[in-house]
Design a protein around this ligand. Structure first.
Ligand code: SAM
Length: 328
């Protein structure tokens, strides 16, 4: 496992150091263009431990800045690679505008809800961020559907844990680190673990163009991913590099939740004509036995090692084909 981290501007730095189509996953949290270097005015926390030297982007440059770094992100991602961009709402439109001029495709617009001390009395309290999850077309993207919760795991109310974990509102609290030095707005490890594990595999390469407190780098390395990234602020960079040096690859592997139960082990594999034929035959057989489509599909999921949607889509397609051929 290796890491390459540069104290450079990410736009010029990525042109110099990162080849086209070479990155599996980008997770990044760009400066906000809202005087991020003065954020302490809004947040209820002691500033003594917050790292100085955060490099902010003037508002009037935010649009062109976003276009430039997102162009680089598009270039360096592998086909099928994913990008998660964390953004507040103030300049979100610039980021969306830039993304829409690329070949990247939107998969989800995630709302990350957290608790954090923003002082407001005469309006509602701001407690969410946006996470834009996009992919580069050209190959199937990595999405490890059952990496955290198995298909049959349920909570006390009987709701599927896998389904709730994959809803697009994430409630993950920020980590308070009293007495420890931190970057302004450091992302919680839980949030990073979730994105990294769903959208990459061990030995993949994860890039963060705006490292700040190095949280993406530390969690990625801790999950056995290679890391490449940039941080323009010199003091923040030096502090981050010290932490990286004492970070052991894979140190988080034992802390991750393993899914329970059986899996659709054939998920993602193409259906062969023989398998489709066998599926239809078995569908009729089990339907006669169980009498409902739902129970029949549940049985077939187990037998074919595939998810519900995959089985249902195949059956619907075969039924449609049969209907059409019986009409002619
Ligand atoms: C919002 S913070 C990132 C916080 C980070 N995700 C964390 O968990 O600590 C944005 C970071 O980007 C850095 N930055 C600003 N402009 C940059 C540029 N052109 N290239 C690289 N880093 C930059 C800032 O100094 C700041 O540390």
């Amino acid at each position: 496992m290796k890491y390459n981290i540069f104290n450079e501007d990410c736009i010029e730095g990525s042109k110099k150091h990162i080849k086209d189509n070479s990155i599996d996953l980008i997770i990044t949290d760009p400066p906000y263009g809202i005087n991020g270097d003065e954020l302490h005015k809004h947040y209820a926390r002691k500033e003594d431990y917050v790292m100085q030297g955060y490099v902010e982007i003037p508002l009037e440059e935010y649009g062109s800045f976003s276009h430039q770094w997102i162009k680089q992100a598009e270039r360096i991602l592998k086909p099928g690679g994913s990008i998660y961009i964390v953004s507040g709402y103030t300049n979100l439109y610039h980021i969306l505008d830039a993304l829409r001029t690329t070949s990247l495709k939107e998969l989800n617009h995630i709302i990350w809800k957290y608790n954090f001390g923003v002082h407001t009395k005469k309006k509602f309290v701001s407690s969410h961020y946006h996470i834009l999850y996009w992919v580069k077309p050209g190959k199937k993207h990595t999405f490890n559907t059952y990496i955290r919760y198995g298909p049959k795991e349920k909570n006390k109310q009987g709701r599927s844990l896998n389904y709730s974990d994959r809803e697009d509102v994430w409630i993950i609290n920020r980590e308070y680190k009293p007495g420890k030095r931190k970057n302004k707005n450091e992302l919680p490890y839980q949030l990073l673990k979730k994105m990294i594990r769903y959208s990459s595999n061990e030995n993949d390469t994860v890039c963060d163009l705006f490292l700040g407190g190095f949280s993406t780098a530390i969690v990625s390395f801790g999950l056995n991913r290679n890391v490449i990234g940039f941080e323009k602020g010199t003091e923040i960079y030096s502090h981050g590099m010290k932490m990286m040096k004492s970070t052991k690859p894979g140190f988080l592997i034992d802390t991750i939740r393993k899914p329970k139960g059986s899996f659709p082990h054939n998920q993602g594999k193409p259906w062969t004509p023989e398998e489709k034929e066998r599926l239809f035959m078995k569908y009729q057989m089990y339907y006669n036995k169980y009498g409902t489509k739902k129970d029949t599909i549940n049985r077939l999921c187990e037998e074919f090692g595939r998810g519900r949607f995959s089985i249902k889509n195949q059956i619907d397609a075969i039924q449609k084909k049969n209907e059409l051929s019986s009409k002619h």
